[in-house]
Design a binder for this molecule. Sequence first.
Ligand SMILES: Cc1cc2nc3c(=O)[nH]c(=O)nc-3n(C[C@H](O)[C@H](O)[C@H](O)COP(=O)(O)OP(=O)(O)OC[C@H]3O[C@@H](n4cnc5c(N)ncnc54)[C@H](O)[C@@H]3O)c2cc1C
Length: 461
Amino acid sequence: MTQTRRDPDTLHVVIIGNGVAGVTAARHIRKGSAAAITIISSESDYFYSRTALMYIYMGHMTFEQTKPYEDRFWEKNRIDLLRDHVTHIDADAKQLRLASGDSFGYDVLILATGSQPNKFGWPGQDLHGVQGLYSLQDLQRMEQYTRNIGEAVVVGGGLIGIEMAEMMHSRRIDVTFLVREESYWNNVLPPDESAMINRHILSHDIRLHLSTELEEILPDSRGRVRAVKTKTGEEIPCAFVGLTAGVHPNIGVCEGSPVTTGRGILINRYFETNIPDIYAIGDCAEFISENGTRGRIEQLWYTARMHGESVAGVILGRRAEYDRGILFNSAKFFDLEYQTYGDVPSDVRDEDSLYWEHPDGTRCIRIVMRDGVVTGFNLIGMRYRHQVCERWIHEERPLTYVLEHLGEANFDPEFSHQFEDRLIGQWNERHPDQAVHRVRRRGLRRLGTSAYRHIRENATS
Ligand SMILES: Cc1cc2nc3c(=O)[nH]c(=O)nc-3n(C[C@H](O)[C@H](O)[C@H](O)COP(=O)(O)OP(=O)(O)OC[C@H]3O[C@@H](n4cnc5c(N)ncnc54)[C@H](O)[C@@H]3O)c2cc1C
């Protein structure tokens, strides 16, 4: 994996993929050098925010508004953009073969080719009206397939599945949501949070079918989808099927090249592949595991951005090991915001976490600890400051300290104080021997068990 050491200013860096990983790498290489930079993408002329695809469909944003940079940014920053598909990497000659028939040379190559939706060989998965949601082209197809339809089915209970359900719900299409697990996203969310989202999905009139697996997708006489059949034999009529059973790294570009792949393109902690001067970043990359287990793949917007910045540092000669730091993610389940910081296992034990849920069932806080030290937060229906939560986890603060200072994490202290008091009251009721006091600007306030009872009895929405 030795990489050629050359003056970065003299290099031609070619990046395959104009997603957030590739574009961030280009921006940081430009900041630190005069290298020639080319980004090749077969999807779009310009970088856009993939996470905003749903808002285009729902009419909240135009495509133009999803572009983080104006079109003139690229020329101004001397970053060349090429719309083409790379079909082959000739690593010996340092040449790329393009679908247009051209060849393209590079000194340093960054693979930032993203992910692809999973398909599991279901009969009918390639019918008209059946698709995943990943690219602009997928969005265009979805526009076309869902025009004037009445019923749709979404298969697969992750974040993109619930987005697709919300998208079609916004157009008054009846959606049936098939989830293989017994509760929504329960491989990530602990049971309480997962149950909250089940209820929320149902409250939006989505027909949520838990513990339900797809058997096949049935065609009409014109080769369009007319229904899905589940493993229990139930037939659900529909004119569109969204396949959202996860994604996998898009590694097709490595076929026929010496770049080694596993589930993703294999890299070390400097984003180096096995071939000198070829790097991989973002969703397509898989970190080689040190103990022979499955390597880590990070398929998140912010990690892709971190990869881009880190690989730029390596190429510019600041060779530092990548450290993702404390995990962070956020999403929306319809109108419910979700944030997670640090480590919140889906099977967290009751004794390892403090969970409080608002009586209206649409807001909750979970604080996870290990040996009394806070290691993670889950928040639904409310938000805490990223930096503060991250700092507490990093500083290995005890739960009692975090409870006392919870106000610091608030965006809206006036609104949220009542929730902190309830959480603290819950703790104090269960652990009267370790009762805590919330630190306020003007002194301390103790919330004993009777105070908690009072708050609980008077809880309003
Ligand atoms: C609908 C949706 C919603 C999401 N929401 C969230 C969210 O809320 N939070 C979050 O953290 N993450 C979210 N994600 C995931 C997040 O968008 C990805 O982790 C991130 O975009 C990955 O960036 P990337 O640069 O690695 O790859 P991509 O953004 O996938 O970019 C790769 C690009 O490379 C192009 N390409 C691939 N092969 C070739 C080739 N051979 N030649 C030329 N071009 C090629 C592809 O067409 C693509 O344009 C979401 C994803 C989707 C699809």
